[in-house]
Design a protein around this ligand. Sequence first.
Ligand code: PRP
Ligand code: URA
Length: 209
Amino acid sequence: MSKVTQIGHPLILHKLAFIRDKNTGSKDFRELVEEVSMLMAYEVTRDLQMEDVEIETPICKTTCKMLSGKKMAIVPILRAGLGMVDGMLKLIPAAKVGHVGLYRDEETLQPVEYFCKMPQDIAERDVIVVDPMLATGGSAADALTILKKRGAKNLRLVCLISSPEGIKMVSDAHPDVDIYVASIDEKLNEKGYIVPGLGDAGDRLFGTK
Ligand code: PRP
Ligand code: URA
């Protein structure tokens, strides 16, 4: 079973309330999604491997901790995942960015792949998949499968808002993938939207519809 971490930091929950508000326009929505993503990156990277390094301060020699693990990649699920990339990169600036394009068929709710471009060394990197919404879980599960087919082994999924159904779906399909969310909402409605959710993340980010 996936390890599921709900990051209930007060700053994240405060910003999430504005993100959910239907009166928040695209400019503020984009800025808030970026800010929350940056705050989530802090928690998502909490267990990165460290090593001791010798350095010399102006006063004396000392031993410090530095990151020692593998290089990282951030993979947004297009389109809405794009809104989380810059926030993540603020804390992990050396990460490479891959893109996977999936849209959810409005009738069947099944994800349809239309784009995939990964760093050539993706199999050697720790990968953070980002998407603001984990609804049925179909898009995230497919994105993780696509990445595994390309050799990625150490994967994490980071979403702002999730449903219990989406978490179960991803956890069943990818028990090895840790899931980080800011909120686990109540349920999905008959159209597959998260309740209370925030509406359509892609449309709100990019002002479409
Ligand atoms: C949204 C969202 C997720 C997906 C979640 O994308 O950003 O990728 O739906 O739904 P699921 O868990 O039921 O698969 P959408 O398909 O609307 O595409 P967009 O980002 O281009 O708007
Ligand atoms: N995709 C969204 O953007 N919002 C939802 O609530 C569900 C899927």
